[in-house]
Structure formats: structure tokens, C-alpha cells
Design a protein around this ligand. Sequence first.
Ligand code: WT7
Length: 639
Amino acid sequence: MTPAYRISSFADYQTAYEKSITQPEEFWADVAQQFQWSKPWTKVLEWNFKAPAVNWFTDGKLNITENCLDRHLNTIGDKAAIIWEPNNPQENTQTISFTALHQRVCALANALLNLGIKRGDRVCLYMGMIPELEIAVLACARIGAIHSVIFGGFSAKSIVDRVQDTQAIAIITCDGAYRGAKEIPLKAVVDEALQECDSVKKVLVFTRTKCAVNMLAGRDYSWEQELEKVAASGKTTCPAAQMDSEDPLFILYTSGSTGKPKGVVHTCGGYMVWTAYTFVNVFQVEDEDIHFCTADIGWVTGHSYIIYGPLLAGTTSLMFEGIPTWPDAGRFWEIIAKHRVSILYTSPTAIRGLMSHGLEPITGKDLSSLRVLGSVGEPINEEAWHWYDEHIGKGKCPIVDTWWQTETGGIMISNLAGITPAKPSYATLPLPGVQPVLMDGSGQKMLGNSVSGNLCIQFPWPGMIRTTWGDHERCRMSYFDTYPKLYFTGDGCLRDEQGFFRITGRVDDVLNVSGHRLGTAELENAINMQEHVAESAVVPFPHDLKGQGIYAFVVLKEGIPPSDAERAAIHICITENIGPIAKPDKIQFVSGLPKTRSGKIMRRILRKIAEGEMEHLGDTTTLLDPGIVEAIKTGAKNL
Ligand code: WT7
């Protein structure tokens, strides 16, 4: 079943890369032909980065779920598509074959149609990590509704922002979710959010925890009852809506350097080709693989490498409901041994977290099934890389360090497992179709090796962002305006003497906390909602486990003395407005912020202080009140 586009040697990689640059249309047409289209495309690629306007496989018609499911039924129908491992190890595992998944997706798709959900409608999903979340994603795609998954750890306010922005007409949720020792009342959070969401007409509720829920007649429907109605109707299949290649498939919100999170839009044809191509090649997927991606489906990693990539490739995907450290820090290793996992794809934060528990949780766990290890979401430090290599891969598994973004849809720069060389802390080489360039401070392209600059991409790839939902200008401004004719990633990057790429981190006002993106503007807005706060500035600082921690400098209103109570109130405010993942690690109360005469906060200085650098703060003469810096430094030392 190995697809024809699987690269099988370094020479093969070089040939593919070369062709993807010199003949991109021929190259991607060959790949796209391996999929099922109900109508062929007329043009492989039309693009300009000025607008931006990017169309892949113009006029082609398809449904991604036919490619994920129907296409496999005659060959691997009985193979496991999903192995689901529950939060609580005492509870039973579920195995869902491609045939069974197809049936369940069709059934739910019919239920959604019965509820009046139509092609093009937006549907928000706020659920835990259960197979029904994947089924709901696919059921939306089946009928051509645009799914927007909201991470189950986000607050009611975050749901309001996303529902209002998408104007979703329905929400699919659960009564509750399990996460480690916690039980989270998801439906109650949705109820709170819906007080401010007029667009939502239907709420579908799956029963997971059996906690008490309020059901509003005429708005709230039980998943189980709706499926009973479908079963009673005798319908066992659901025709797949034939989508235009460039119709939106999903919207996923992600933080930027300004304002509220933006809805990144991915479209059907290009995203399908990109996720399948990158999945197969980076992990060098084989028929028997059991692929365990530990991300949450609330993030793009889960979309592309728990759901779509594996299904498209006909690979068994292991989905885990829980957390790495509950009931104990051996949970991942136990799952790998139990299910004979062959590919583990996780984050540097998870690796560092598990490292901190020592080797005891690994002792006696059979990890011999592992073949490939992957890392994603943030730079991996060398210490974590070597620990992963030695103690998890036992020196025998290639580690792929995969650099990409919500906006890129799939992996962009990474070694290919066992095919192209790895180098600790380097994402290494671009995938075929990816043309990275580094830009210097004066906006010039940096040629040659041993250089570092801002990472841009100079040619479209099939999985790239098409727009930001409801605001195309914001997409243009965020990604295509900094450098003419280039997509700007927001990341800094080094190209070493061999031409290998190493991502050095964000160069914009975006933090990467445990692999989660948070904008400083978004964090500051949430902090400023606390009634005693006058203003605030947030910067990252190096954090041993999370990669970056959140450091907030806060000015309280006149007459309010700093106290632990104010600190606690800020934490509550952040949790209510964004979610617990956004809680600051450090809050320093200051009497003022370093500002230029024009009133701009000089974050550069605050960043240095947060990093513990007190001496070389750069030029402070342009500050309105240079004295403020001394006071902040003293405060930081005493924090
Ligand atoms: C940002 C994107 C990639 C999907 C999950 C996160 C950082 C991502 C790496 C890596 C160094 C990385 C970048 C990027 N990042 N992967 N392998 N090495 N940095 O997606 O939330 O859109 O965040 O994560 O800074 O811009 P995201």
C-alpha cells in the first residue's frame, strides 16, 4: 500500500526536491493523482502573494472523507483506523476499523443534516479527546460543513470569541471530559458561552462522563438520541458532498502578535494532499505502523497527524484521552508497550516533563516496537533530544524534528526518518515543495550558508493558509506584508554551514509556552480586564520545562497596593478570559512601564530583564523616563 510518492532514499529526496522546484505543477499533479477526485482539476496552481490569492487544483472536486475512508474500504476495511486509549487505564480501549469509522461518520453526518446543518455552515466542536471528536470532525467534512475545533481547555470567553467570529450555527460538545484526575464540565462552559452567541441554533451533546447537564429544549440535542433516529430511518450511508478543491475545510484559531486569535482557513484539496504527503514521507510510514501523536485535536497537530494524515495514508492512529503524568509518569510508556506503538510524535515540553521524573517510570516498559520518534511545536534543546534518543529510542530510532505552523497545514522543514540526516536541535532540510529563505534586518535575502535571519517561504505549497476567516486583509498584513512576495513565518532561523535549518524561536510578539502559541496583546488584554490593573506588558522568559514562561509586568491603579490577592485576581482573570494554560509564571508589580516618548512600550528592555540580563539593556536614552528601568530591575531581582 506504499504510495508512489513515498521517498525512499536520500537521492530520491534530492530528485523530488529538485522537481518540486523546477516543475512544481507536474510534481504536485503526480501526487494529487493518487487521490480520489470526482472531477479533475483544470489548473494545478494559480497564485500571487500580494493579494494573497492561492488556488491549488482549481475546479477539482472531492470530499476528503472519501479519501480518508471510502477509498480504503475494499482493501483495509477491517484494519484499525483508531485505537483509543482512555484517560483511566482501568477503562477499556476501543478499536475502530476503517469500515466501522465510515459507518459512524455517515451516521453522524445524517444526524447533522437532520438538525438542519448544511454545506458551508460553520460548526464549532468543544469536546474531549474521544473518538467522537474525530467522528464529528469527519461528519462535518462529509457534508461540507466547516469545522472549527476549540481546545477543551479554553474558557467560555474563548468560545464566545470563536463562535462570534465564525457565526457558527451549531456546537458539538460533551457533557464533560476527563483529564488526569480532573473531570471538566464542558457542556456547562458551553452554556455560559451561549449567553453571548446568537448565531448558535443547535447544540449536540455526547455523553462521556454522565455528569448532570442542562438541556434547553429546541436548542440542545442528545447525540445518542439523534443517532437512534438516524438508525430508525434505515439510512446507513451518507453521500459525501462534492467540494470544490478551494472550499474551506476548517477554521482553526491561533494567536498572533496583535489582537484576538485569528481563524486560519485551510481548504479541501491542497490540505488533503499536503497532510498525506508530509505524513507518509516524514515518518516513512509502513502498513503495520501504529502512530501515536500525543497532541490534542484542539491544535493543528491533532488535525493533521491524528486525524487526516493517518486516515489518508490508511495508517492506524492511536488517540489518547489523558495526560502524560496520570496516574503516573509512565503512562506514555505503558501505552506504547500495550499497543506496540511504532511511531511516537510528541512535544519537547512533554519530553522535558517526563525527563524530570527520571528513568524509573520507563524501567521494565517494553518500548521495542518503536521505530520512529518525532518532535513538534517548539525548539527541542539538545539535552532533551539526547534523552529522547537514548532512553526512548534506545539509540535505534531516527528522531524527526518537524518545524511547521497552524498556517502551514503540515510539516515544512524536517528530516525524513532514516532517509535524510538528523542533527540535534535542527529541523534540518525543507520538504519537497518548500522554498525557505532567510531575510536580514534590511529586508535583503541572505544567500549562502552560515547565516541567520527571519524565516520566509517564497513559493506556495498545497497546505498553506488561504485566508483568515472574515478578514482577508488581516491575513495579508500578518503574513504577506512584512516582505514583498514572501510568506513571513514570524520565526527566526539559522542556516548552518551544511545548509541545515535551525529554528531559533519567534521574532514577533508571540510566546510559545509548552508548544502553545499565545500573543502578548491577547495576554495583556486579559490581564487589563482585572479591575485593579492600570496597564501591563507581557514578555517571555526561558523556562526549564515549558520552553518559554510568561512574565507579566503589571501597573496597578492609583492607590492599590501590590499583594498576593491582586496576583490571584489576575490569575482568575486570565483563566476566565483565555484558559489556565495562559496563567503567568511571574507577575511583577511595577510603578510604570518603560516607554518611548511616543508611548510605545519597549519590550526589548523588559525581555532582557525577564531573562535576568540586568547590565546590557541596549539604548535606553529614548525612554520617556529612564529612571523607571532601575526600579524595574530592583523589583525583578527581589521577585
Ligand atoms: C510555532 C507554530 C507545528 C504545529 C504545532 C504548533 C514553533 C513549531 C517547531 C520546531 C522549533 C517550532 C515555531 C512556529 N515551532 N515546530 N520543530 N522547532 N520551533 O503550531 O501553534 O501554529 O506554532 O511553533 O515558533 O512558528 P503553532
